[in-house]
Unconditional design. Structure first.
Lengths: 300, 156
């Protein structure tokens, strides 16, 4: 996870500070999820309240952009972001041992706290918009960073100006990342009229239709682990993974479909065709099993 | 026992020398061309394991880690396609097919889901068989016999 850092301002290393943490782009089926934080000295708290930060969702895009620019030039404020690419989100959530989105979110927030501490920021209080149960999350944070007071709340972004500021940092960064997205893929006719990325948005639905691919699924802008994608994969080429089979084995008796059977490609081993053996080296000595070497006796 | 009729495999030089062949750790129920180079973008990680460079790529949202293994000297890889519309005239089994080479390759990049490639992976270990098979099938020379008995005498 790339944490883009600005150097810790002098005041932050001398005076106790408070920090707000918020996220943008947790729900959308595409683009990065961004965690942002903003911090200032405790003595600046009252001034901060007058800066008309509000929950980023209630502001227009231009207002957010303006506020972000003014926040960047305000020498009494520090900020950081952690941009988590859709690739990384998909990969973590689809690992053999799956990491869920809450855990990814918690780790990102903790990464921001750690980063600030490493930079020498004197953190006294941290305000966090909750992900999952607020009290459990607070305990997790407090155990990880003893000595810091954590306040974890629902809608913290509209309750605490320092979290509102963080939500602007996160939201503007996320919007810019999507706007300036450079595709890894080199397929023809790709575009960025993605809409909001929420499953109900007609522009998002159209974008998904325009960019689906029977074999590859989607470009890596998409979060493959989102339920929104599932119907598209059902219509595409079937892809089966060993790690998914292990999940399914619990429920059904796992129809082994890991590999396209060699025999269906026209190769037959010693066993009769009906037994449909895989390229597993099954029933051979250990040397061959370990190497998945199957004896192919004839082509047909 | 009658030998089953050999399938016809035409290995005449194919038009395409594939730059790369990828072996993915999943079943893909698709048996024809795909826009691999547009969507599958391996990236060098800068990490080396057992002297092999590890690459990273993504497929269907999964992170894959891969290593490229050269085929041993004297071996060559072929992508075979079953020839359609040609009834076999040999008649014996009636279902003998012929294949034609569509592309050739000299190395394979195999990909693991969530595990670092290593010399312990099945694919690089496959090539051990070639060494063993050679040793097993090499004719024994008179000299070999002499050496063997010399060794046995020494051990007894």
């Amino acid at each position: 996870m790339a944490v883009v850092a600005t150097a810790a301002p002098e005041w932050a290393t001398k005076e106790p500070c408070l920090m707000g943490i918020d996220e943008a782009g947790r729900g959308p089926v595409l683009g990065p999820m961004v965690y942002g934080c903003m911090y200032c000295a405790r003595s600046y708290q009252n001034t901060l309240a007058t800066l008309s930060f509000a929950d980023s969702k209630t502001l227009k895009e231009e207002q957010r952009e303006e506020l972000f620019e003014s926040l960047k030039t305000n020498s009494s404020i520090g900020w950081e972001v952690d941009v988590i690419c859709p690739k990384v989100l998909s990969a973590k959530m689809l690992k053999r041992t799956k990491v869920n989105l809450n855990e990814i979110s918690h780790n990102s927030a903790m990464g921001l706290v750690k980063k600030a501490l490493d930079m020498g920021v004197l953190l006294a209080e941290v305000y966090v918009d909750t992900v999952g149960d607020p009290e459990k999350y607070r305990v997790k944070l407090a155990e990880k960073f003893p000595g810091i007071k954590f306040v974890v709340a629902k809608k913290a972004d509209s309750l605490y100006p320092v979290v509102s500021g963080a939500s602007i940092v996160a939201k503007v960064t996320r919007d810019r990342a999507v706007r300036n997205w450079a595709f890894d893929e080199t397929a023809q006719n790709m575009h960025m009229n993605t809409g909001s990325g929420y499953p109900g948005d007609p522009n998002t639905i159209q974008w998904l239709k325009d960019h689906k691919h029977p074999v590859f699924g989607f470009p890596t802008l998409v979060r493959f682990s989102w339920g929104t994608c599932t119907p598209y994969f059902k219509n595409g080429v079937e892809v089966t993974w060993e790690s998914d089979e292990l999940d399914e084995d619990e429920a059904s008796n796992g129809s082994a479909k890991r590999q396209v059977k060699l025999s269906s490609l026209g190769f037959t081993g010693f066993k009769r065709k009906s037994e449909e053996i895989e390229s597993s080296g099954k029933a051979r000595c250990k040397f061959f099993q370990a190497r998945k070497l199957e004896l192919v006796r004839k082509f047909q | 026992m009658a030998t089953p009729p050999a399938a016809g495999v035409d290995l005449s030089p194919a038009a395409t020398d594939l730059g790369r062949v990828h072996l993915l750790p999943c079943g893909i129920r698709h048996n024809s061309a795909a826009a691999v180079s547009d969507y599958f973008k391996p990236r060098d990680t800068g990490v080396e394991v057992d002297g092999i460079r590890v690459e990273e790529a993504f497929f269907r949202g999964r992170k894959l880690q891969g290593a490229t293994v050269a085929l041993p000297d004297g071996y060559r890889g072929y992508v075979l396609e079953k020839k359609n519309g040609e009834k076999d005239t040999q008649g014996m089994d009636g279902d003998v097919s012929s294949f034609v080479s569509r592309a050739e390759f000299q190395n394979i990049t195999y990909w693991n889901h969530d595990t670092m490639p290593s010399a312990e992976d099945p694919l690089p270990r496959c090539f051990h068989w070639l060494t063993i098979a050679n040793a097993m099938h090499k004719p024994v020379t008179a000299e070999d016999m002499e050496n063997m008995s010399a060794m046995q005498n020494r051990n007894s």
